[in-house]
Design a protein around this ligand. Structure first.
Ligand code: FAD
Ligand code: PYC
Length: 417
């Protein structure tokens, strides 16, 4: 694809305050009818729309978003990308996603800043060491590039870490995935949005879904704040708000919505060039290209729909991180934020058909769905286009809760679960 902007056009547009700056995507008025409508323009919804158009040639489709695209959890996460889950179905979908991330900038002709800087998951109890050894075996059997590393190797990779053997939770080793890392969250949303728009998909912001229309056992359309939209296929991809929307179609979801917070410090010179997760003490940290330390921990442990978390959860996270990285104790916090995450009982996503014909759902990514966006969009688009689960999505069907086929990933969900 030809680059859309040269260095000269960037300079020209900067000089005239971006007056004639070409919009990255259109702002279309909703049509009366589409072949399919995706609800929720987070990363998962946008990737789904992109692959519906690209892989399945479905271009008479729309994606409707109540706010601005990427304004939900996609623009609020700490961008960790890894695929070190325990169960085979999880490894398959997260590794598909991670491998798609490797070439996503080229695929979208948009720099998503994928940075495979390595993910280190500390083992600070004997139990955790054994659990990660088990995960490493499972991952290597599945062909993933990962290994267990010793405390000395941890110190070599992360010189600022506290390696005092007498501290409360000494480092006994770590799980290491060198091809894991980070990406730029907004860019992932913007890149998929622009790519979908270029193929004819209507990306419609400020359009809230307020009702789902059904006739008998199948969907016929949506009520939105911008009018009725008729369609025979609806994909609901609304993360923490999935239960309320599915309720509009009479489908009850096994989801709890909770707030997950994160924060960044003031920017400092480079001190850490990988991602470190300290699951026992409940904190994780990486450093952004701007120099901020990107810090997070666990969810606020009560259900809510407000994007404001509580102070004790944050205090717990910071305490954990100061213990792990004593040099950060005098840093100031620059800002903090929260997102409403959609938690399932087994900490695995729900992807697939529902009891209502033409209604599909993709949710339950909880605290860990940024890493999954490309793979999730790929398999969900295939599921919607063909009205049957993609083989990689099949184990994640909604029916697994009724059938007792849970995919337990509470350990892999790590710090934030
Ligand atoms: P969202 O991005 O939330 O998109 C859903 C969209 O639906 C929203 O834009 C919303 O406005 C829209 N919507 C809702 N209701 C309606 C309606 N009625 N009509 C129309 N639109 C509607 N994951 C990782 O893999 N790595 C991490 O490091 C990581 N860190 C995180 C840190 C924090 C603080 C948080 C909050 C999350 C983190 N996650 C992480 C999880 C990750 O952000 C999410 O799993 C992922 O972004 C979910 O994407 P999504 O597209 O499903 O949802
Ligand atoms: O899934 O790796 C993850 C994660 C880290 C922080 C929040 N989620």
């Amino acid at each position: 694809m030809k680059p859309r902007y040269s260095i000269f056009s960037l300079a020209r547009n900067a000089m005239n305050y971006h007056k004639d700056w070409e919009r990255a995507w259109r702002s279309p008025v909703p049509k009366k009818e589409y072949d399919a409508v995706i609800v929720g323009a987070g990363g998962h919804g946008l990737a789904t729309a992109y692959y519906l158009a690209k892989n399945h040639k479905m271009t008479n489709i729309a994606i409707v978003e109540k706010g601005w695209l990427g304004g939900g959890n996609t623009g609020r996460n700490t961008t960790i990308i890894r695929s070190n889950y325990l169960q085979d179905p999880s490894i398959a979908i997260y590794e598909l996603a991670r491998s798609l991330y490797e070439n996503l900038s080229q695929e979208l002709n948009y720099n998503v800043m994928f940075s495979p800087r390595g993910v280190v998951m500390l083992c600070q109890t004997q139990h955790e060491l054994r659990a990660f050894q088990r995960t490493a075996h499972a991952n290597r059997l599945a062909g993933l590039d990962c290994r267990m590393i010793t405390p000395a190797e941890v110190k070599e990779i992360v010189p600022i870490i506290n390696d005092d053997p007498n501290c409360r939770y000494p480092i006994l080793g770590a799980y290491y995935q060198p091809r894991g890392g980070t990406g730029r969250h907004d860019a992932v949303a913007w890149g998929y949005a622009r790519g979908a728009d270029q193929m004819g998909v209507d990306v419609i912001q400020n359009c809230e879904v307020i009702g789902i229309n059904r006739e008998g056992g199948r969907v016929t359309g949506l009520e939105t704040t911008r009018g009725t939209i008729n369609t025979k296929k609806i994909g609901v991809v609304t993360a923490g708000h999935v239960s309320t929307i599915m309720d509009m179609a009479g489908v009850r979801m096994p989801i709890e919505s909770q707030c997950l917070q994160a924060l960044v410090s003031e920017p400092i010179k480079p001190v850490i060039d990988c991602v470190v997760m300290a699951n026992t003490v409940h904190g994780y940290m990486s450093q952004s290209d701007k120099g901020e330390l990107v810090i997070g921990g666990g969810t606020d442990p009560y259900n809510n729909y407000s994007q404001r978390g509580s102070f004790p959860a944050l205090e717990h996270t910071v305490t954990a991180l100061v213990e792990t990285f004593p040099i950060i104790s005098r840093l100031r916090m620059l800002r903090l934020w929260g997102g409403i995450v959609d938690m399932t009982g087994d900490r695995s996503p729900i992807i697939g058909k529902t009891p209502v014909d033409g209604l599909y759902v993709n949710c339950g990514w909880g605290t860990g769905g940024f890493k999954a966006i490309p793979g999730s969009g790929w398999v969900f688009a295939d599921t919607i286009a063909n009205d049957r689960p993609h083989p990689i999505a099949e184990p994640f069907g909604l029916n697994r809760f009724a059938e007792g086929r849970l995919i337990d990933e509470s350990v892999a969900a790590a710090v934030a679960h």
